[in-house]
Design a protein around this ligand. Structure first.
Ligand code: 4AZ
Length: 242
């Protein structure tokens, strides 16, 4: 996260650390991406976070990814669904969304709700351009390639009309994506934040509105972060969870 500050414990309780290691390895898992808890047994992440030949786990409730913490829930991933239309293009990533099914611990539950682990809601309607929302993650900052502490900050939703302007992303942007940030630069997601949440709030309910996907660099003027538009994938998400 560029332009962020250390997150307070419990302030982003849907945030997951998605971790992987080579299949069959006994080495520790390493953080590769963010994720979002959307039900007790399902985490939403980015399609580009998934690679062949790896096994995955998620850590929920944590702030420091280098340490085991009392609030942590570490849960193995048993199934992975990458969106069927996921596609990497030269300058963008289309339909960059994937679902991780978690191992059942206390049937029918996987993750347990605590003050540090909560479920994010799927959106029912689009939030208007200009809405102030929250991004969070352990990705690169202005000074480090990753952050051991979860960081967060606020960004503004940017209209498709503005983000498709020639000096911003022009026709690279499709309608399954949206931009958020500040056009003067400095506040953004970055490498390692991918798959994590862009959360918008309405009437006290927190909705996962975007999944961190891509951008031209990080924090650059006129190059805001690009997010997979969760509302466009809601039917697919619900069909997989059922
Ligand atoms: C990445 O490499 C990445 N500034 C994620 C987000 C952004 C750029 C790159 C947005 O995963």
């Amino acid at each position: 996260i560029y332009g962020g500050t250390k997150a307070f414990p419990g302030s982003n309780p849907w945030q997951a650390s998605v971790q992987s290691r080579d299949r069959g390895s006994y080495l520790p898992y390493g953080h590769i991406c963010g994720g979002i808890l959307i039900s007790s047994c399902w985490v939403l992440t980015a399609g580009h976070c998934i690679a062949q030949g790896k096994q995955y786990q998620v850590v929920l409730g944590g702030i420091n990814i280098l340490e085991q913490e009392a609030m942590d829930q570490t849960i193995p991933v048993t199934d992975i669904y990458v969106h069927p239309d996921y596609r990497e293009a030269l300058f963008s990533i289309h339909n960059d969304i994937a679902l991780l099914k978690l191992q059942v611990t206390d049937s029918p539950y996987c993750a347990k709700e605590t003050p540090f682990v909560k479920i994010a809601c799927l959106p029912d309607e689009a939030f208007p351009a200009g809405t102030e929302c929250v991004i969070s993650g352990w990705g690169a900052t202005e000074t480090q390639s990753y952050s051991s502490q979860l960081m967060d900050t606020n960004v503004f939703l940017i209209s498709q009309e503005i983000c498709k302007a020639p000096h911003i992303y022009a026709s690279i942007l499709d309608d399954s994506m949206f931009c958020a940030g500040v056009l003067q630069g400095g506040i953004d997601t970055c490498q390692g934040d991918s798959g994590g949440p862009l959360m918008c709030e309405k009437n006290g309910t927190h909705y996962v509105t975007g999944v961190v996907s891509w951008g031209d660099g990080c924090g650059k003027k006129n190059k805001p972060g690009v997010y997979a538009n969760v509302l466009k994938f809601k039917e697919w998400i619900i069909s997989k969870m059922n």
